[in-house]
Design a protein around this ligand. Sequence first.
Ligand code: SF4
Length: 488
Amino acid sequence: MHGRTRLKPRKYRAYTRKDIDAIPQLDRVAPRLRTAMKAVSAVLPFRVNDYVLDELIRWEDVPDDPIFRLTFPQPEMLEPGDLRRMVDLVREEAPPAALKAEARAIQDRLNPHPAGQMTLNVPRLDGAPVAGMQHKYRETVLFFPSQGQTCHAYCTYCFRWAQFVGIESLKFASREAQTLVRYLRAHREVRSVLITGGDPLIMKTATLRRYVEPLLTEPGLDHIASIRLGSKAPAYWPYRFVTDPDADDLLQLFEEVRAAGKHLALMTHISHPREIQTRVAAEGLRRAAGAGAVVRCQAPLMRGINDDPDVWADLWSRQVRLGAVPYYLFVARDTGPKGYFEVPLARAHDIFREACRRVSGLARTVRGPSMSALPGKVVVDGVADVAGERVFVLKLLQGRVPGWVGRPFFAAFDPEAAWLDHLRPAFGEAEFFYEAELRAIENGRPEPWRRSGRARGGDRRGGRRTLPVVVGLADPAGAIDRPTWMTV
Ligand code: SF4
């Protein structure tokens, strides 16, 4: 039904920190580097598999090989003092508790949940916070199934690294498919559900089905137009779509989504062209698309891995050739080992523009460089000289407040700036246009859509019923109703 494949099945085998000495290819790596890898992997997650080791890394180029840097912890990912202390603990074979305590202190300094994930994005149902979900943008809900909170291999730069280091308080996860359904029923403004992790395709298809099927069959969810699956399986374990025992079941599930009249998007994370150069990777993408998934590709721009316009031009061209859609180029997020991987915004924009020039129009569906920051997805549209001042031209592609989207704004040019909070408004302005409203949101005043979302049937706060009363109609950026709240 899904086409036969001549590729041989492969058994998945993972290696984690405790297996570093058992990875045969690492024999060629200097002992000093191996010790450093053990030290860093006590702080940040490490996991790789046989396919990545055998097919994706070019061992003759290690330690500079991009896929090696993508998957194996690098010493410079920790601050020199932190690295020294962790290496000393590893060398003296310190008890696990001592190693864990030192690692935890470092993790706490690495901004484990940026952009308000643990506070502003947590949705509420029946007045209580819902675990395992995020609702930052009006139309999109993120759902983190608890069995999907690992990946087939881990990326060294992962911005969700806190999901994998065993700190329960830092995890997002939910077993509650029914909670998701109830939340979506109460939020008719939502159009899209992103099932994410980790990697939801680490789950067996039967488990994934328990989350996806209710979105197709439960009443009251006709407003959900698309289901997205965030996954790096096409790169780290393409056998998931090809020869795994339940690969055909997965494709069947994709087909059911389409048959239910919903769009299925496979939001694929591909950082380097080599990840889609193997036969099995091409076959995996072909089979996913054949089952009705639209494959959209996104990845961050990372120093030492893909900070080269030729790499991106090659990547996007290959994606188009394989039937996938280039979607986003992200800026390294302000979490974890960002300092090691970051590329200044000015350089990121140059790389993006240069790469765009080298591809056909079909690959220019890609957007970027984009920062997923507190106010939303901020793209650097260009660098310009305006009224005698060199500026970054910025725009929100997605915003906490929909009225912020698409409005150009300007920051003073700074060749070193690598994140939104490094930027200052241009032309002597005191702050960016959204900042006053964002401050109010941080201080507890929900976004306008969240308030109007609650308006349907009201909301219970502290046991009392609240009703919306519209007191003003115009937002300075557009036309957003601004209901206020009256407690009765
Ligand atoms: S695949 Fe995604 S979630 Fe998994 S380690 Fe890489 S960046 Fe993180």
